[in-house]
Design a protein around this ligand. Structure first.
Ligand code: PLP
Length: 427
């Protein structure tokens, strides 16, 4: 017989056993148990409004009923769960949906590479491929960019083919200022100048890697002209343009890809976070067909074939991206969010609104003020987080499906907290 495990009575096990590396949980000293749409409940039955949404992994909210039904039916029917990169029905149906609902209507021709199931791994794959294609090491990345946390896994791998011995070295990144970083200085001009001068100290890049809206870095938005200039510069100097759409993609800025309407066609696009639609691990790299020079297995991984994620990802595409109505709703919610945040920002001296679409926040210019606002929000059971170099931005990542009335409710809490927060912190 199995030994009886005592019924859990509290959260002491986390302090006892979980690594200190945990972060989000430090601000919410409760145990979460259930979730639906934009709401979550703790073990005491208290209800929270979720404006963090898995850091953008839950654009369609928690436990979408259609995705849940499809997933449960798949499991109950004995559907395959793990398939490495074997052909499986869920992968076939996902690819058909992605082709028919996302790529073809946008006139986009890309191959889909299923990487390991984290965003970081999709970025790793993009960087490796860019280096393999160009035979160059250097990569241009930008101030405040966030692209993941791996650095040593590949360096520690023995197999020379996997390490791509001659072209790959982990630290080869040149950091340059993002759009707006130097005030009125055009940082695309700066990049152009540095690349045109063989004595600038910046080596020819394999790739230029960017987010169109910097998620973790503080909701900095690249302008369309800047993005077009960067794309042109990449072409001129033989570098691949990689758009990291892991957070800004899947509708977050109002369109499926964040760069739609800019006239920019990236060579490589990374996606993760909300691509599975359900919060299941899944990541992919979109590559222009002519760049698909991988040898079989050259970038592999045990969990590339997460069939459960393929099932929910397919339902997400069919449910939300079959016509324009969802997209129109997201754009309307983004406008509402921007209007309300503009009013709220007036409560905090020097504050301003940053971001685009449903990826906006208030820069209150002081991390302690932003932390206090979030703490007051948490007391009113609103989950919301900060971003930016000094965590000085209160960043709203509500599910895109949040009903207008709940969006207002959350923003009311933020408004009250912003008004009250100032009195509690010495500014
Ligand atoms: C979250 C994120 C990543 C990393 O994804 P993980 O799944 O956490 O590895 C990479 N790029 C961007 C833009 C992100 O927001």
């Amino acid at each position: 017989m199995m030994s009886e495990r005592p019924v859990s009575t509290g959260n002491e096990v986390f302090a006892r056993r979980e690594s200190r590396v945990r972060s989000y949980s430090r601000k919410y000293d409760v145990v979460f148990e259930e979730a639906r749409g934009s709401l979550v409940w703790d073990t005491e039955g208290r209800e929270y409004l979720d404006f963090l949404a898995g850091a953008g992994a839950l654009n369609y909210g928690h436990n979408d009923p259609d995705m849940a039904d499809a997933l449960v039916a798949h499991i109950r029917g004995g559907g395959i769960t793990h398939g490495l990169d074997l052909f499986t029905r869920p992968k076939m149906e996902f690819l058909e949906a992605f082709e028919g609902l996302i790529l073809e209507p946008r006139g986009m021709d890309y191959r889909v590479q299923f990487t390991g199931p984290t965003g970081t791994n999709a970025v790793e794959a993009a960087l490796k491929l860019a280096r393999k294609v160009t035979g160059r090491r250097n990569v241009i990345a930008f101030t405040n960019g966030f692209h993941g946390v791996s650095q040593g896994a590949l360096a520690a791998t023995g197999n020379r083919d996997k390490r791509m011995g001659t072209t790959l070295s982990l630290p080869d990144v040149t950091r340059l200022p993002y759009d707006g970083y130097l005030g009125s200085v055009d940082t695309a001009d700066l990049l152009d100048r540095m690349l045109s001068d063989h004595s600038s100290g910046v080596d020819e890049p394999a790739a230029i890697l960017l987010e169109t809206v910097q998620g973790e870095g503080g909701l900095n938005v690249a302008s369309r002209p800047w993005l077009r200039r960067i794309a042109a510069i990449a072409k001129t100097y033989g570098a691949l343009l990689i758009v990291d759409d892991i957070q800004a993609g899947c509708g977050r800025t109002g369109s499926f890809f964040s760069f739609e309407g800019t006239g920019v066609t990236p060579d490589l696009i990374t996606m993760s976070k909300s691509i599975s639609g359900f919060g299941l691990p899944m990541a992919l790299l979109l590559l222009k067909p002519e760049l698909d020079i991988w040898k079989p297995g050259e970038h592999n991984g045990t969990f590339r074939g997460n069939a459960h994620a393929f099932v929910t990802a397919r339902v997400a595409l069919e449910k939300f991206w079959g016509d324009r109505s969802f997209q129109e709703d997201v754009v309307a919610s983004g406008v509402l969010l921007g209007e309300r945040l503009t009013q709220i920002a007036k409560l905090v001296p020097g504050a301003r609104v940053k971001g685009r679409g449903m990826m906006q926040g208030i820069d209150v210019r002081d991390g302690s003020v932003a932390a206090e606002i979030c703490r007051l929000c948490a007391r009113q059971q609103l989950i919301v987080e900060t971003a930016g170099p000094d965590d000085e931005i209160v960043k709203i990542l509500a599910p895109l499906t949040t009903p207008t009335q709940l969006l207002h409710h959350g923003l009311d809490i933020i408004e009250e907290s912003a008004a009250a927060g100032l009195h509690d912190v010495a500014v």
